[in-house]
Design a binder for this molecule. Structure first.
Ligand code: CA
Length: 711
């Protein structure tokens, strides 16, 4: 799902990745040229290499990548070695890949551990069994150790695009080693590409290649090779399968059709890849990492490869709910980032890069710290200091780290549109929510009232941009004047990758306040309705159509732009009106129409687990509109029975007997036999387990936002 893309329309911008959950390296096939962001496109017909990748998204490109390619022709370069393949002779599962390289008659298989991989190459009868390793010409190096049957390499690949977003330190190099089970009869290198040859092969003869990588040292790369043990392919396959089943099996669904099943588990798989672990295990077994910003080797966990602007919304809440044990390590990694860099990332890949806006690390951190059992109090206190720092500063040379425009925001209560600060309204709305997260964590930690009150007050700053004349969020100049040429359909400008129709809802923490500002619950409901009724008109960005615009235009959902993140919680806002059935109706429509179990299956960039996490939550019948609140807005389940197993063994069964596409409305909800009142569920109560039972209807149940039944 998501690998059939063009630069005009993204259908996910994903690639099939073989790895362990949140492993260090991902493995895929490379159909595009070295350096191309869209390196795996479903429509492509040739493979240029089996690629180790760390790429979160094509527009951000890869780092420290390299590839290998077994061939039987006298070829070397990426064009010459390209081989025809067919998706019918290609298998991707989370723990393994298998592909037939037609021009060479070679079958290649690979299974991965966290930091290593085992490849099994089956050659035809040939006098010329070659094996090529390409460390990329940009900072790539290769060398041979014939006596040990090893190829060593270094990849420091950094694309031009990535250089512009933030430089990876010179010392942050991927040191990799390949160890073969037989001698080389010939070997030669050309630049960063090396080719070895083996003795002639009989038909069906296999070569086993152990592979490992380290960001620390060659010695550590050899240590990482130990993850493969004796190199038994079938045993490693079994272990990889088990590791994935442990993660994916935490949510077990029953009922639904084959498409729903495929969509659900594909989405759940996508939520378990990024961020990637950047730590390795040293000689004494303890976690160590090379810091991707400072280049120094330090102790402890570390993760990279996620944009909080996307993933604070649904991915991290999902981790906190179902995988708190996993997020505990990630949050420790954030603490280490703060200690080592003096900042929390907003976008990391692998280090802190300049990308998107907001200060949404506040949401990620507060959500983790406020979820029981994720972090210790000492860690929460330390991270809270990091939040205070990031809310009142901006990193030198990186407008995406900390808060660009913080002085103006603190002084005026909004980022003004005439202060040469980009995306002023979008920043203001996100900062106000981030302030609410800081306030909530501060209060929980017992911080002084005069300190926390500042953030509570600032959390109301969204009001400063709510223009009652138009009923929407609107940019404002320093003197307090609203944008006189305001166009709610205008993308960019005061907003980023969206328009006011999409951003007005970014008041995650005070939807009741937003309803009041709009003129009450009914006015909120009518404005929500409008999103689906309006034509998909787009303006802005100087007349340029960015792919996110086109993704909205082609979906037939009016102004509902699910292909990008800002509006993704909006469907659930009917829970604050007297028409929560519209949430149930629309969430099902979105699950049906905006997700397909096909290569063009997403309706825009998947974005490292976020758009997938939306589906997982929606299938569960709930959504974390305000992540750090510990509350979920009710929807309606996709499956008849969904069993969530928490790490402590407790189980939550979400049941919806008889649910179908037609019978999509919730009549009544009960938790452990007690009728549930209201449209919101508490995480901590759900974590106790038991049964959350939905009684389903084929027509809307008229229920008020207070939860009372009208009929
Ligand atoms: Ca996006």
């Amino acid at each position: 799902m998501g690998s059939d893309n063009t630069s005009e329309v993204s259908a996910g911008n994903t690639y099939p990745a073989v790895c362990r959950p949140n492993g260090m390296h991902l493995w895929s096939l490379q159909t595009g040229k070295n350096g191309e962001g869209k390196f795996y496109l479903y429509r492509d017909t040739k493979i240029r290499g089996i690629r180790q990748t760390h790429q979160p998204s094509p527009w951000i490109n890869d780092y420290n990548t390299w590839s290998f390619m077994p061939v039987t022709r006298n070829v070397l370069g990426q064009d010459g070695r390209a081989s025809w393949f067919s998706h019918k002779e290609e298998t991707f599962e989370p723990h393994r890949m298998k592909a037939y390289l037609a021009d060479d008659g070679v079958m290649v298989e690979l299974t991965a551990t966290e930091r290593a991989a085992l490849a099994r190459v089956t050659y035809p009868e040939t006098e010329a069994p070659y094996f090529i390793v390409d460390a990329y010409d940009n900072r790539g190096k290769v060398r041979l150790d014939k006596s040990m049957r090893r190829i060593w390499g270094e990849s420091g690949f950094v694309s031009k695009r990535r250089m512009a977003l933030g430089v990876v330190p010179e010392s942050f190099v991927n040191r990799f080693v390949l160890e073969f089970d037989r001698d080389f009869t010939e070997a030669g290198a050309s630049g960063s590409v090396v080719r070895v040859k083996f003795a002639p092969m009989k038909r069906g003869e296999t070569v086993s290649v152990k592979i490992a990588s380290s960001f620390i040292s060659d010695e550590q790369a050899l240590r990482n090779l130990d993850e493969l043990g004796d190199g038994d392919f079938d045993r490693l396959l079994k272990e990889g399968r088990k590791a994935w089943n442990e993660r994916l099996g935490r949510i077990r669904v029953e009922g639904g059709n084959i498409d729903d099943l495929r969509k659900f588990y594909t989405c759940l798989y996508r939520t378990q890849i990024f961020p990637l672990a950047l730590h390795e295990h040293g000689a004494d077994g303890r976690a160590i990492h090379r810091n991707p910003d400072t280049g120094r080797v330090e102790e402890g966990f570390y993760y990279g490869g996620t944009g909080f602007w996307d993933t604070f919304r649904a991915l991290f809440p999902l981790l906190n709910f179902v995988y708190p044990d996993i997020n505990a390590k990630m949050t420790e990694g954030l603490r280490n980032c703060w200690r080592e860099c003096g900042w929390l990332p907003e976008w990391s890949s692998p280090g802190i890069i300049k990308c998107m806006i907001g200060n949404n690390s506040a949401s990620v951190v507060a959500d983790a710290c406020l979820t029981p059992g994720v972090v210790s109090r000492a860690t929460a206190e330390e991270l809270y200091q990091a939040l205070l720092h990031g809310a009142n500063a901006v990193k030198d040379g990186n407008s995406s780290c900390g808060r660009l425009g913080w002085e103006e925001y603190n002084r005026l209560g909004y980022v003004p549109r005439d202060a040469d600060i980009t995306y002023s309204a979008a920043r203001t709305l996100e900062y106000a929510y981030d302030d609410w997260c800081i306030w909530r964590l501060g209060v929980t930690l017992g911080r002084p009232k005069d300190e926390t009150d500042v953030y509570l007050k600032r959390s109301g700053n969204w009001r400063n941009l709510f223009n009652r004349d138009v009923g929407l969020a609107c940019g404002r100049t320093k003197d307090g004047t609203f944008d006189s040429a305001f166009d709610p359909f205008c993308w960019g400008g005061d907003f980023i990758e969206g328009c006011s129709w999409h951003y007005t809802w970014s008041v995650f923490h005070d939807i009741a306040g937003l309803a009041e500002a709009m003129g009450g619950k009914t006015a909120l409901a009518r404005t929500l309705d409008k999103i689906f009724e309006l034509p998909p008109v787009v303006r802005g960005y100087g007349g340029k159509i960015i792919h996110e615009m086109r993704e909205m235009m082609v979906m037939g959902f009016g102004q509902y732009a699910h292909g990008n993140q800002p509006i993704q919680h909006m469907i659930y806002l009917y829970d604050w009106t007297d028409e929560p059935w519209k949430t149930q109706y629309r969430a099902r429509e979105a699950m049906n129409r905006l997700y397909k179990p096909t290569p063009d299956g997403y309706c825009g960039d998947e974005d490292n687990g976020q758009t997938s996490a939306w589906f997982v939550w929606s299938a569960l019948g709930m959504y974390p509109v305000c992540p750090a609140s510990g509350e979920y807005a009710l929807g309606a389940p996709l499956f008849e029975r969904t069993t969530v197993t928490f790490p402590d063994g407790r189980r939550l069964v979400v049941s919806a007997p008889g649910v179908t596409d037609r019978k999509r409305y919730a009549k009544r909800v009960s938790h452990n036999g007690m009728e549930h009142v209201g449209n919101f569920l508490k995480r901590d109560s759900l974590r106790d387990g038991g049964e959350l039972a939905f009684e389903m209807l084929d027509s809307p149940a008229l229920r008020t936002s207070g939860g009372e039944w009208e009929k």
